[in-house]
Design a protein around this ligand. Structure first.
Ligand code: PHE
Length: 349
């Protein structure tokens, strides 16, 4: 009997030590210690043995059961640990691997960046920023700006009419009159904004952006206009720039000028390799804006707001934001600004 117990114990110990998984171990527990296993049966039969055998057999069987239980427990703990390790290493995240590509960071549209750059220059010169409506009355867009009834800009081919007396503004100049109605002189404002004309080709889009400028005071002269625009040209296109004024015509300024800035790419119209400068096309000048001294006829419309044309005078100018951005960044087609192709847009800013 004692020998049988020892054999059972040895066999079970060997099997438990060799168990390769917790499932296998559970099977061994049932096989060697379960209700129908031989060792527990022997234990249960101890009381039927002759009295002198009960003690030694009971003790041996009990020790064998306890030893096997302890062994199973330790082996179970070992197997749990190995299985956890295996799961963990199969599951491991390598934190040193590169992550998903970072989401692209947005940036300002080149037109927004250019508008802000222009605003910064004029804010630095003491101008305030004003705004006005994009849907404008014919009065502010044309009449108060001294456009005669037969002026070509008033044609339906040049202007989007909403009704007979309401238009999508064709320029930011109507805000000149609105601002003078709202504020007495002296007045120094710039007006960035969207304007609309029915043109569409590589250098015209039906919608584009302007920055209007207006300075009205008692002693503002054309020299102030030139000095202001020179400061602007140097801030945006470089310290060396010069400006020149050429006679022009606008209904609401007199005299009127077109303003050129000296080319920032070449000195004499040619590139170092002898080819013609592609920015100024060899002319050494770049046309950047229209300007002039405010026509007294415009002041007549706001005379009762403190703008007596015998007492105040002023200059005004209007520049295209797209034009400045195209020149400065050598963009060849205006429509690129509105296609919103990120391959174009992400080159700037
Ligand atoms: N409003 C004019 C245009 O759009 C530009 C301009 C503004 C000219 C102010 C003179 C003074 O062409």
């Amino acid at each position: 009997m004692l020998e049988r117990i020892a054999t059972l114990r040895r066999e079970a110990e060997a099997a438990i030590a060799a168990a390769g998984s917790s499932a296998e171990l559970e099977e061994l527990r049932v096989r060697h210690l379960g209700r129908r296993a031989e060792l527990p049966n022997l234990l249960r039969g101890v009381r039927d043995l002759p009295p002198e055998e009960r003690g030694p057999v009971g003790q041996a069987a009990n020790q064998a059961r306890q030893a096997l239980e302890g062994l199973i427990e330790r082996r179970a703990a070992e197997l749990d640990a190995t299985e956890l390790d295996a799961r963990l290493s199969a599951d491991r995240v390598d934190v040193t691997l590169p992550g998903d590509p970072a989401p692209p960071v947005g940036r300002l549209h080149l037109l927004t960046a250019t508008r802000r750059e222009i605003e910064d220059v004029f804010l630095g010169l003491g101008f305030d920023v004003a705004e006005g409506p994009e849907i404008e009355s014919v009065y502010y867009n044309f009449d108060a700006l001294n456009h005669p009834p037969d002026h070509p800009a008033r044609e339906e081919t040049d202007t989007f009419y909403v009704s007979d007396d309401v238009v999508l503004r064709t320029h930011t100049s109507p805000v000149q009159v609105r601002a003078m109605e709202a504020h007495p002189p002296p007045l120094y404002i710039i007006v960035p904004g969207r304007v609309f004309r029915p043109d569409s080709d590589a250098t015209h889009t039906p919608q584009f952006h302007q920055v209007e400028g207006l300075a009205v005071d008692e002693d503002v002269t054309m020299a102030d206009l030139q000095g202001t625009l020179l400061a602007f040209a140097r801030a945006v296109f470089g310290d060396e720039r010069q400006v020149r004024l050429r006679p022009h015509n606008f209904p609401f300024t007199e005299p009127s000028v077109e303003v050129d800035v000296s080319c920032f790419r070449c000195r004499d119209g040619f590139m170092p390799d002898g080819s013609r400068c592609r920015i100024c096309k060899g002319s050494t000048w770049l046309e950047i804006l229209g300007a002039g001294m405010v026509d007294p006829n415009v002041f007549e419309h706001v005379r009762e707001h403190g703008y007596d044309p015998d007492r105040v005078q002023g200059f005004a100018f209007g520049l295209g934001i797209e034009r400045v951005a195209m020149l400065k960044h050598e963009v060849s087609d205006l429509r690129l600004f509105y296609d919103n192709d990120v391959r174009f847009l992400e080159q700037f800013g």
